[in-house]
Ligand binder design. Structure first.
Ligand SMILES: [Zn+2]
Length: 169
């Protein structure tokens, strides 16, 4: 399905990106995020970043997903994203946060999946919201946490979400 509704093309954000070929209505699923090779934290920590050319994202407390060439592996980050994570019957997916027109680049916020203490990379996404640097969820300010938690991966919602604590006597 994604092959018909999405396409890869040069991006003004970075390298190659993913673009809508059709209109997506707000709330509609844009792409599932389930393909890839599962990588443990131990393996992740052994990666030599100086020569690593793959794409890898955190998907759970101790698990990462390394891209194997699926179209979703090429989605760029945006500080003002137009898709966010949801969990439905088909697993984890990226859904439209607003209506997306054909030709628009699909962007999700990388802090909605990454939570490393020292994870930090420059950002030139061009959004008015862009602080110029991208950090893990834990290093976000309170405003961004509130904005991004509802569209973050389940492990982040568990980790940082409001829990219903029993009322102490
Ligand atoms: Zn940015």
């Amino acid at each position: 399905m994604s092959g018909e509704t999405l396409m890869r093309a040069p991006s003004r954000v970075a390298g190659e990106g993913v673009f809508a070929r059709v209109r997506f209505a707000r709330g509609e699923q844009v792409v599932t995020v389930d393909s890839g090779r599962r990588v443990s934290r131990a393996e992740y920590e052994r990666i030599d970043w100086s020569c690593y050319t793959g794409r890898i994202m955190q998907v759970d407390d101790d698990w990462f997903l390394e891209g194997i060439g699926a179209i979703e592996d090429f989605i760029n980050h945006g500080c003002d994203p137009n898709v966010g994570f949801t969990v439905g019957a088909g697993g984890v997916a990226l859904c439209a946060l607003r209506n997306i027109e054909p030709g628009e680049e699909i962007l999700f916020h990388y802090s909605t999946c990454e939570d490393h203490a020292d994870w930090r990379q420059p950002c030139g996404c061009g959004s008015a919201r862009c602080p110029g640097v991208l950090v893990g969820f834990r290093d976000l300010g309170p405003t961004d946490r509130v904005r991004l938690l509802p569209i973050s991966l389940p492990y982040l919602r568990r980790r940082y979400g409001f829990r219903s604590e029993p009322i102490s006597p």
